[in-house]
Design a protein around this ligand. Sequence first.
Ligand code: CTP
Ligand code: MG
Length: 214
Amino acid sequence: MSTRCTIVQIYLIQSNFNVCACSLLQVLECYIISVDFFLLPLLSAVWIMLPAYLPNPVAALFGGGTPIDLGRNFSDGKRVFGDGKTIRGLCMGILAGIGIGLVQIWITGSYGLDYLPRHTYLSITLLATGALLGDLCKSFFKRRFGKERGTKWPFADQYDLVAGALILLLVVDPSWIYANMTLPAFIIILILTPVLHRIVNIIGYYIGVKEVPW
Ligand code: CTP
Ligand code: MG
């Protein structure tokens, strides 16, 4: 009776061990899958877009003064860009985007983070400039559609910086895009950008640098 009991116990311990080992492997597999398919593309997406994400909030923080269109109207009698697009905002925003990009180049160079996209002086400049050119372009069309400064324009308000930054990069330095952008990272950029945009604008509204929370 006791021998049978021991055999049954050993069997149970063994099968428990098998189940444990199996689920451990599954957890490990899940971990590797989530790192490969989610975490790395997420990290890459943020790393690629940082020089493009920073210019807008910096323009909102430090912008103001002379508008880029110098107060002039377009042929339709409406402002070319409007008072929301200023020379100071544009310059400070671009400089901030390039600044964060330089820090990223230094970090990847110093710590050998090979799994992250490798920014270059050109890529960070194009991303920072493109983000605010996209924003400027959006404002130009916003005025043409008769929308006042600060009014909501869903999709355009959120994706102007992505379109501007990535199109400029694609036109001037396509090889950088092919070498560093993956489809999962691109999809994450499309999902993440409106979320970040909203969060940053709500913060901007509550600290008083934005007149509207969008
Ligand atoms: N800003 C700036 N210069 C820029 C872009 C932005 O000075 N080139 C500042 C302005 O103070 C602007 C604020 O950042 O009001 C928020 O930017 P944004 O939401 O893009 O401008 P809006 O005021 O909403 O104008 P628009 O309707 O044209 O988008
Ligand atoms: Mg706006």
